[in-house]
Ligand binder design. Structure first.
Ligand SMILES: [Zn+2]
Ligand SMILES: [Zn+2]
Length: 422
């Protein structure tokens, strides 16, 4: 019996992750969406009877389409308990946004409830048999709360799926746990397959200095950040460096932070996060939002790639204020307003394309490994074959060259393509 992998999404692109590993048992790895400039894009449909599904972490590009699956099939789904909690928050938010925009979502509240009923919460380092021939184990991925690297044992072969992972320690999370032995096949993310990151401590320092500088010059600092993990990390960094200015936390990062506090074991230092969150003003009503711009301060809010959310409220007020700063903190997917702003210096506000006058800078607070870290992981797991996913096409090309230079075989499936692994 051979093993085949079919890519439903995140194939030579970032977003809408979805892969089916077929060894007789058919296991779905992630089922996410891509929030593109022309609306949401979906992975290919699942046209087979699944044995099980696995969600690596809650980010919508990995979990966002899962409830839609329950329209047609009902596999048992494995994910960590915090992944389920955060994903539920994001799924309900998806329904809310669809409602506000007068669009129809691809799933209903009932399907979210069904997804929850069919979810088997699995913690790290617990080996579990899903059938007689297949078993799985999760390892801490260090990317966001509850994020997991999945090791699948299929007959006598092993396949490791990295999902998104971070081998470097960050303020919130321990480094990814890569002590999983050898892998025959490694399905790896490739987000930064062409470059390395600066050490996190350096990035933090530069960020804090830039924040300080803006505040001293009487400006506001807007920090668009992903609701899950990056926002809370930024709150910790500002607390650690004792920034002397009010800090506001707006948008869904607040609800996510509450979930974080329910799962202290999945954090590196929950006490410190508690203190950092105590130090911020929670924007829970419009009045607080108005207050946030009354005097120089920092606003951490969604969305991280400027696709919507409260950041637009602040941008409309500040985009032409030269004293203020807009500090991006994460990967900007091609086609998103954040990426367009970086490339053109312009942003669409209220339907008009305006020139950004704020001091614009991107800080590399990445939740992903750099090229060298990924190559080290490959050497450590020593696979027969590397399958590169979750990366822009040009970046994957360079990454594959680098992998091959190390003497490994690497491929990058296209969407819809099936690869015979053995
Ligand atoms: Zn992610
Ligand atoms: Zn991702």
């Amino acid at each position: 019996m051979g093993i085949k992998l079919t890519a439903l999404g995140a194939a030579q692109e970032v977003g809408r992750s979805g892969f089916i590993v077929d060894s007789g048992d058919k296991i779905l790895l992630d089922y996410g969406v891509k929030l593109g400039p022309e609306g949401t894009e979906y992975p290919l449909p699942v046209n087979t009877n699944l044995t099980a599904a696995i969600i690596s972490h809650a980010h919508l590009d990995h979990s966002g389409h899962l409830p839609a699956l329950f329209d047609v099939s009902q596999p048992l789904v494995y994910m960590t308990p915090p992944t389920l909690e955060i994903a539920k928050l994001l799924w309900h938010d998806t329904l809310k946004i669809a409602g506000l925009e007068g669009m129809e979502a691809h799933f209903t509240k009932e399907e979210i409830a069904k997804t929850e009923r069919f979810t088997f919460p699995l913690t790290y380092n617990r080996h579990i048999e899903i059938t007689k021939k297949s078993s799985i184990e999760f390892y801490d991925a260090g990317h966001i709360i509850g994020s997991a690297i999945t090791k699948l044992n299929l007959h006598d072969k092993t396949l490791v799926y990295t999902g998104d992972y971070k081998p470097e320690e960050t303020r919130l999370f321990k480094p990814a746990d890569l002590n999983m032995g050898r892998a025959d096949f490694l399905v790896t993310e490739s987000t930064y397959g062409d470059s390395d990151h600066k050490p996190r401590k350096e990035v933090e320092k530069e960020f804090v200095e830039a924040v300080q500088d803006t505040i001293e010059h009487d400006g506001h600092v807007l920090v668009p950040a992903f609701a899950v993990a990056r926002s809370q990390e930024i709150a910790e960094v500002l607390h650690e460096y004792k920034i002397d200015a009010p800090i506001y936390l707006d948008g869904m990062a607040q609800a996510a932070a509450r979930i974080f506090m329910q799962y202290p074991k999945y954090l590196k230092n929950s006490e410190f996060l508690k203190k950092a969150l105590h130090n911020v003003h929670w924007v829970d009503k419009p009045k607080v939002r108005e207050m946030a711009l009354k005097r120089p301060g920092i606003v951490i809010t969604t969305s991280g790639m400027l696709q919507g959310g409260p950041i637009h409220y602040y941008l409309k007020k500040l985009y032409n204020d030269k004293k203020s700063s807009l500090f991006l903190t994460g990967f900007q997917v091609a086609g998103t307003p954040g990426r367009i702003l970086m490339d053109t210096g312009k942003i669409n506000l209220n339907g008009a394309n305006v020139k950004m006058e704020m001091n614009l800078k991107k800080f590399d607070f990445s939740g992903h490994p750099g090229k060298t870290e990924m190559l080290n992981t490959i050497k450590k797991l020593n696979p027969e074959k590397v399958i590169c996913v979750h990366g822009d096409a040009e970046i994957i090309d360079l990454f594959i060259m680098n992998i091959e230079e190390q003497g490994f075989e690497a491929v990058a499936p296209k969407r819809g393509e099936t690869i015979n692994l053995c």
